[in-house]
Design a protein around this ligand. Sequence first.
Ligand SMILES: [Zn+2]
Length: 62
Amino acid sequence: MPVYEFRCKVCSEITSELRKMGDFTPPDCASCGSTETEKLFSLFAGGGSDCAGCSSASHKGG
Ligand SMILES: [Zn+2]
């Protein structure tokens, strides 16, 4: 199962939770107990290229 990260909107604490795939239900903040948490989308470690909208025709996987 993937680990999702949520950031508290009150104290900015990051809470990591092991979740089922696609389960983005925000947890309570582990630091202050607030329910005002938002999903963080982890970025895959890349090579260094920051080009997200390049016109390179590369379609792999799926
Ligand atoms: Zn908090």
